[in-house]
Design a protein around this ligand. Structure first.
Ligand code: ROI
Length: 164
């Protein structure tokens, strides 16, 4: 069975734009999976400790036949291959985060994986890129993405215009 999955990408270390570009290429190369859409890149103020660089964030859509935990393993392998380093500090800087935001209509609550991603509902750096590629989306609990967006200011966010 093919399912539509949305992945949040984020980086604020070691050339974040390049981190995201190579992560997207790695997502496109996953087995039993196709990359069907990618948002623009956005520069975002750090959520968490303020004494860290700004992030680059984006959202990608995949169609995949991989089950959730196999996809999670594959995403973690990409994070590791791109030299993921994470400081001990909670909510500190990272070279690459790949988060499963939504997995079809599923609601999962497992030790390794909670879907929908618990923090997605109020994060501008997730909701605005997601809306770019899936403006009509509804979450599994029936909430419209447009309603979440209306409650989430476009603050601390800057879309990178790559056509300039
Ligand atoms: N802040 C921003 N702006 N973007 C992120 O991707 C991000 N990721 C995180 C924390 C540290 C919470 N802050 C972030 O994991």
């Amino acid at each position: 069975m093919m399912e539509r999955v949305y992945i949040g990408l984020g980086s604020n270390l070691a050339d974040p734009l390049e981190q995201l570009r190579s992560a997207l290429a790695a997502l496109a190369a996953l087995p039993q999976t196709s990359l069907t859409a990618q948002s623009s890149f956005y520069i975002s103020d750090p959520l968490g400790p303020a004494d860290q660089p700004r992030y680059v964030n984006a959202v990608a859509a995949l169609d995949t036949e991989l089950p959730p935990l196999e996809l999670l393993d594959a995403l973690q392998a990409i994070e590791q291959e791109q030299g993921r380093m994470r400081k001990a500090e909670r909510w500190g800087p990272r070279t690459l985060d790949l988060d499963i935001l939504l997995f079809g209509e599923r609601q999962l609550d497992e030790p390794r994986l909670t879907v929908p991603h618990y923090h997605m509902h109020a994060r501008a750096f997730v909701l605005y890129p997601l809306a770019e590629i899936a403006p009509q989306l509804y979450l599994p609990d029936g909430r419209a993405l447009s309603a979440l967006l209306a409650a989430c200011p476009f603050a601390g966010l800057e879309r990178i215009d790559e056509s300039r």
